[in-house]
Design a protein around this ligand. Structure first.
Ligand SMILES: *Cc1c(COP(=O)(O)O)cnc(C)c1O
Length: 430
């Protein structure tokens, strides 16, 4: 499979090169030259296929011959070694729980897949690769965990000071080894801008091979297709058409779901649920795409004012607004509405949603009002415990700390403070 840049100014390249570069030299996102099709029998017999088989068959056309079959099978089975259950919550609304991985958020699968691909590729590279990544909350921990100890790879994580939760900060600042955390005096958008500038800075790129582990990297983005396929496998016997509601920030996860749909998976509709950062809901209403500065919310991993992957979603539907509208709805919800939904669902059903999942729930509920015969699935993208302060403000009961989080609480946070791009440059040149 070859990849091209959506900015159209860079040469086409292989999966390997797209993963190592992260972003094309013209700053465009890489996109596959063709969208492969899975055989109808794959979907007809999906309940008889193992997790590894489903994942391997979905991802292998995108990887091509960059990784041999046995190695790729090993990678997907290691990456998917925990559960992704679909759990009924409220009438015809179920949730797909994506938080059973090591850092308790859905980014574990993409981060671990990318780390293993890069680990495989760096075996025959002379130069060390530096993974430079901005996080609004959960990416940092997932990337740190996925890349910890991978030979030939250094990881530098930028996170906005005071805007990630305590557990999120601990997950990315306590590992040491090949992982360095930079605390940025600014917002997530500032972190993301600094990362983008570093990629364009030839002083830095002349010295270090940089790559990105944000969902702009195809090896982070594409494996997220697995979630949707595994949800389809679990619910197919119910014989209902599926609606997926995805709590969205940078729009990588939902974009992967849409890609799974394009591979041939039957899906009735997608809902992109956002917090107050409502660039996409506004776009779906007006057809005008206007990036805005991000605003801080209680679903902080979705505080994104200019979602990187939205351009890929438009591309998947041939940049045709009406066609896109046939597959995607989008709505935005306030923090108050999110808290209310968390309290209401917990009281009526006993199910505890985290703030991100709750935004997904709200988007789904709204859509399902007019589509009661469908099966709605919202993605629970993080374990509620990651947002302890929010949980404590909504619920009057304590949420037990999982074991791996308990040990985190005793570890020393280590980070370097930076305030500007110049500081980042000094660090990367040093
Ligand atoms: C990253 C994240 C999101 C947003 O996912 P995107 O792929 O950026 O849209 C939603 N929820 C949680 C908990 C996250 O960590």
């Amino acid at each position: 499979m070859q990849y091209y840049s959506l900015n159209g100014q860079s040469p086409n390249t292989s999966f390997k090169d797209a993963v190592i570069r992260g972003i094309a030299p013209d700053r465009g996102l890489y996109f596959p030259m063709e969208i492969p099709q899975l055989e109808p029998e794959f979907f007809e017999n999906i309940e008889t296929l193992s997790t590894e088989e489903i994942a391997y068959r979905a991802i292998s056309p995108f990887v091509g011959d960059a990784i041999p079959e046995a190695e790729l099978r090993k990678i997907v089975s290691e990456v998917l070694d925990f559960d992704f259950p679909v759990v009924p919550v409220d009438g015809n609304l179920s949730t797909l729980e994506l938080f059973h991985g090591p850092t308790l958020a859905f980014k574990d699968v993409g981060a671990r897949f990318m780390a293993r691909c890069l680990g495989y590729f760096s075996k025959d590279q002379d130069q060390e690769v530096t993974v430079l990544v901005a996080t609004s909350g959960d990416t940092g921990g997932a990337v740190a965990n996925g890349f910890l100890g991978v030979p030939g790879v250094k990881v530098v994580i930028l996170y906005p000071s005071g805007k990630v939760s305590d557990i999120q900060e601990r997950q990315l600042t306590t590992l040491g080894q090949n992982i360095t955390a930079l605390e940025v005096n600014g917002t997530f958008d500032d972190c993301q801008d600094m990362v983008k500038s570093a990629f364009l800075d030839t002083d830095i790129t002349g010295k270090r091979q940089l790559t990105s582990a944000n969902s702009i990297n195809v090896a982070r983005w594409l494996p997220q297709m697995f979630y949707f396929l595994l949800a389809y496998k679990q619910t197919k016997a119910l014989g209902k058409e599926l609606v997926f509601s995805v709590p969205s920030g940078n729009f990588g996860n939902i974009c992967a779901g849409m890609m799974a749909h394009r591979l041939g998976m039957p899906v009735h509709h997608f809902v992109a649920a956002t917090n107050a950062n409502q660039v996409v809901p506004d776009f779906m209403a007006t057809g005008q795409y206007e990036p805005k500065p991000s605003v801080a919310t209680i679903s902080n991993a979705m505080d994104v004012g200019d979602p990187s992957n939205f351009i890929r979603i438009r591309k998947i539907y041939g940049n045709d607004f009406d066609r896109l509208k046939g597959h995607l709805s989008s709505s935005s919800f306030s923090d108050d509405a999110t808290r209310e939904a968390m309290a209401d669902v917990q009281k009526r059903t006993g199910y505890t949603m985290d703030p991100h999942g709750a935004v997904g729930y709200l988007g789904l509920k709204k859509y399902m009002e007019d589509h009661p015969d469908k099966l709605g699935i919202f993605l629970e993208t993080a374990h509620p415990i990651k947002f302890l302060d929010v949980m404590e403000s909504v619920f009057d009961f304590e949420i037990a700390l999982p074991e791996n989080i308990k040990t985190l609480m005793d570890k020393q946070k280590e980070f370097i403070k930076i305030a500007s791009y110049a500081d980042l440059k000094v660090f990367l040149m040093g």
